[in-house]
Design a protein around this ligand. Structure first.
Ligand code: ZN
Length: 69
């Protein structure tokens, strides 16, 4: 059975996807911490504009008894 490998998102190193690889998908604690640090420092900006969604007049469709034959 071939061992599934993944690439570390941080450094791109190929690592085996195994339970022993506790830092997966990262290759090491170092890379994991680097990635988490990047999040903490705002290197990754969530590109979701926070806008107030306009209130929709949500009309509940009338219930039909279409299934009562
Ligand atoms: Zn790495």
């Amino acid at each position: 059975m071939p061992i599934l490998t993944v690439n570390c998102p941080c450094c791109g190193k190929s690592i085996p996807w195994q339970p022993e690889q506790i830092f997966k998908p990262f290759c090491s604690a170092r890379c994991k911490e680097q990635d988490l640090g990047a999040w903490a420092t705002g290197a990754y900006v969530i590109a979701t504009p926070v806008e107030d969604m306009p209130e929709q007049d949500y009309q509940v469709p009338p219930q039909h008894d279409d299934y009562n034959y």
